[in-house]
Design a protein around this ligand. Structure first.
Ligand code: XIL
Length: 432
């Protein structure tokens, strides 16, 4: 980030009681002169900057079709601090044949990110889905280890030094598979047993010692998710306990839909706390809101979607282990929800922060307000801390950070330096 932008954000963080820098979303300051507007003015700061001022990363999943659309590309460049490769780094995209790698699409995304100073996130090295058609007839118990290690080594090395983080393993937990360890019965598990998880993380760490290595999972937020939360926690605790290089949990966060009334804020918050206690960071890695059971009228539907974002982020951002919020797409023009959870009335789905014309929606306001509330809180406590802290570390001109040691500051002291995840080492990237 250039110095002028950084000092601007610093002054923004240092001046919470002046006129709000953005008029989007509800303000916690009682001095806010006007009620929040549903459509923020175009001068409102983008989500990436609001996130950064609060000590988070904001980003979105994108694919090559999207970045070829000038309007979408501009919106991503404006709003995001990071992009995730939505499909371009999955096996099906990278492996046209058993003996060939095709990095064309992944490299297009990396170049797009680089040209705009965005961090780049890899998704995903090991998953039971999005496998190429040759996979099942070619990979077997005899050669699976060789395929896994070769794939991870080749792909992670290709992007080494450029990757913010990798989803090393995706969706490995599934209590419904009926195993005592809660693992999903995937081809990798069948061919290699549970050791495929160790193999994946150690191989990724050897190929890029600087990337944040994540385990990514879905379906952790509802009352009915308790067994999955327990199994996920047991898996992470086991991996960490045996010194495996897993640094973060990615929580997909595909919210909304018919099950959402069972959102279990308390159970989810306790889960985040337990994950943090393992020394892991947390990324909300694929947030979007299914609107297939919400009213047809656009304004009512947009408000309902925004309320789900608000409730979700109220829990997520309250936990100090959470470092990033990534939506699964940015605009309703490009969203997997259109096919994975379409509406029965045939209306276009509206799950993301921007509409199909790239205009900000109430969902955008809800995300902005969630970051904004964190900034206000952090700044208020930093300002009051000046009375009790050493002025050398808290005086004017010092950057005020919402999370000075990478989000660990609210943790019990015993967890701060012991088993510090690799994320505690200085990151090289712009937003790390
Ligand atoms: C989805 C993509 O968004 C779709 O375009 C693709 O057809 C299928 O995969 N969890 C994940 C993501 O980890 O990889 C999935 O992405 C969405 C659910």
């Amino acid at each position: 980030m250039d110095t002028s932008r950084r000092s601007f954000l610093r002054s923004l963080a240092a001046a919470p009681l002046l006129a709000p820098a953005t008029s989007c979303g509800p303000k916690s300051s009682s001095l806010s002169p006007v009620a929040p507007s549903p459509t923020p003015p175009s001068t409102a700061l983008p989500l990436g900057q609001l996130a950064q001022a609060a000590g988070y990363l904001y980003g979105a999943a994108v694919d090559v079709t999207g970045i070829g659309d000038a309007g979408f590309a501009a919106a991503v460049g404006t709003e995001c601090g990071l992009i995730t490769a939505e499909n371009s780094l999955k096996w099906a995209a990278l492996r046209p044949a058993a003996d060939r790698f095709d990095f064309t699409r992944g490299d297009m995304l990396l170049n797009f990110a680089r040209a705009r100073g965005l961090a780049f996130r890899g998704h995903t090295l090991v998953w039971h889905s999005s496998l190429p058609s040759w996979f099942s007839s070619t990979v077997n118990a005899g050669n699976a280890e060789q395929f896994l290690v070769e794939h991870i080594t080749t792909v992670v090395r290709h992007y080494a030094g450029s990757m913010h983080s990798w989803d090393v393993v995706n969706e490995a937990v599934d209590p419904a598979s009926g195993r005592a360890d809660g693992l999903r019965n995937t081809p990798w598990l069948q061919m290699l047993g549970p050791r495929y998880l160790d193999l994946a993380f150690t191989t990724a760490a050897a190929a890029d010692p600087d990337a944040l290595l994540c385990y990514n999972e879905y379906g952790l937020e509802l009352g009915s998710s308790a067994a999955k939360r327990d199994a996920t926690l047991r898996l992470l605790s086991d991996l960490r306990g045996r010194g495996m290089p897993v640094h973060a949990l990615g929580i997909q966060g595909h919210a909304g839909g018919s099950g959402w009334p069972q959102f279990d804020a308390g159970g989810f918050a306790a889960f985040l706390r337990d994950v943090g206690r393992l020394g892991l960071r947390i990324l909300i890695s694929e947030l979007d809101v299914k609107d297939n059971n919400l009213p047809a009228a656009v304004s009512a539907r947009d408000q309902a979607v925004a309320a789900i974002y608000r409730d979700y982020l109220a829990v997520a951002l309250a936990d100090p282990a959470v470092i990033a919020v990534i939506t699964w797409g940015l605009s309703d023009k490009y969203t997997w929800i259109a096919t994975s959870a379409p509406r029965t009335d045939g209306l276009a789905v509206r799950p993301l922060p921007l509409d199909a014309s790239f205009a900000r929606k109430p969902a955008w306001d809800a995300i902005a307000a969630a970051f904004d509330r964190k900034t206000s809180r952090a700044v208020r406590s930093a300002v009051s801390d000046r009375h009790v802290l050493n002025p050398a570390t808290s005086g004017p001109g010092r950057p005020i950070s919402a999370r000075p040691s990478g989000g660990q500051s609210d943790r019990p002291a015993v967890l701060r330096n012991r088993d510090a995840p690799k994320a505690d080492r200085p990151f090289r990237g712009r937003y790390r």
